[in-house]
Design a protein around this ligand. Structure first.
Ligand SMILES: Nc1ncnc2c1ncn2[C@@H]1O[C@H](COP(=O)(O)OP(=O)(O)OP(=O)(O)O)[C@@H](O)[C@H]1O
Ligand SMILES: [Mg+2]
Length: 317
């Protein structure tokens, strides 16, 4: 992502740093979140996601750096509920109020009328529970109510901290579709998660942090392109294997090398960008005997784990 850009609907974080005593929660973090896209804000537990969102919402003061929405800090937005909808983790509700009354409490600040409150509860699947007390809501129902609250003022920007937490599989699928719908309307949607797999089907962009630092920011497509296809193949016929690889123009590692380990007496190679099916078919056609044919591809989750692990190892914590 190219920097800088702080136009309407853009969320911009610049050299953002937050220390809590000796805890370096966020360190020199810079990224942009753009309108019309769903962005996954990813990082392991304690990596600084919530702290970053709190600074965006003016709930925590940065040690240094800036966090702005449409070029302004949250405190400078005249009608914040109409511009930014935010649901942070551990959102608290008055347990004695009904879901509908909860929305009615915030409605005047968001310019929402009663019909909108009722409609939003329907939209998030809480229609039948609208008049039940929130104290009796399940975790997933509270998440849905928090989402309805963020939408009251029909804001341009949505900042949702782990919104799938507590949702059942149907609820997660519904949420994905709903967030995509909001992005299609041109809204800026940020959704945090500690798992790439939870959001990979529904996000356009990813911002990955570990130990408070940025480790990767790109489109989901660019991240996916980092996933590799690698096939491990072993044959007792080293010359035949070498000839097959050469005839196909495949890129091979350790081709024909005699193995060091006595437990693997068969010459083996790793082939980049070739599937097991392709190797199997080619070996069969060439009459080459294979002793190993194994998918050694690195998937998206592997890449994510490698990214966050390498940074944690390298961080001075
Ligand atoms: N008010 C605070 N006082 C002291 N330390 C804090 C405070 N808030 C956060 N931290 C610390 O800052 C670091 C980042 O925490 P943060 O809650 O931002 O992580 P997170 O990425 O949201 O994690 P999770 O996935 O568990 O929600 C942690 O080490 C946490 O203990
Ligand atoms: Mg958090």
């Amino acid at each position: 992502m190219e920097l800088p850009d702080d136009g309407p609907g853009t969320v911009s974080v610049r050299n953002l740093t937050k220390h809590f005593g000796s805890v370096h929660a966020v360190q020199d973090l810079s990224f942009d979140i753009r309108p019309g896209r769903v962005t996954g804000f990813l990082g392991p537990n304690g990596s600084g996601k919530t702290t970053t969102l709190r600074m965006l919402l003016g709930l925590a003061t940065p040690t240094s750096g800036t966090a702005t929405i449409s070029g302004r800090s949250y405190a400078d937005i005249p009608q914040p509920l109409r511009e930014v909808g935010a649901a942070l983790e551990a959102t608290s509700f008055h347990p004695g109020r009904t879901g509908l009354d909860h929305l009615r409490t915030y409605a005047p600040y968001a310019g929402a009328d009663d019909a909108r409150c009722v409609g939003l509860l329907e939209q998030v699947g809480l229609g039948p529970a609208a008049r039940r007390r929130v104290g009796g809501y399940s975790l997933g129902m509270r998440q849905r109510l928090a989402l309805a609250t963020t939408l009251l003022g029909d804001p341009q920007v949505l900042l949702l901290d782990e919104p799938s937490n507590g949702l059942d599989p149907e609820g997660i699928r519904w949420l994905r579709g709903f967030l995509r719908h909001l992005a299609a309307l041109g809204k800026t949607v940020l959704v945090s998660s500690h798992m790439l797999s939870e959001v990979q089907q529904s996000v356009d962009d990813v911002v990955i942090i570990a130990a408070g630092r940025l480790v990767h920011a790109s489109s989901m497509a660019e991240l996916s392109a980092l996933a590799s296809t690698t096939t491990l193949v072993a044959s007792p016929d080293a010359a035949g294997l070498k000839a097959l690889v050469a005839s196909r123009g495949w890129t091979a590692h350790s081709l024909g090398e005699p193995p060091d380990a006595p437990t693997t007496p068969t010459p083996s190679v790793e082939l980049d960008g070739v599937t097991t099916a392709e190797v199997g078919a080619a070996a069969f056609a060439a009459g080459l005997e294979l002793h190993t044919l194994m998918d050694k591809s690195e998937g998206l989750e592997d890449i994510f784990l490698r990214m966050i692990a390498s940074d944690v190892d390298g961080a001075a914590r």
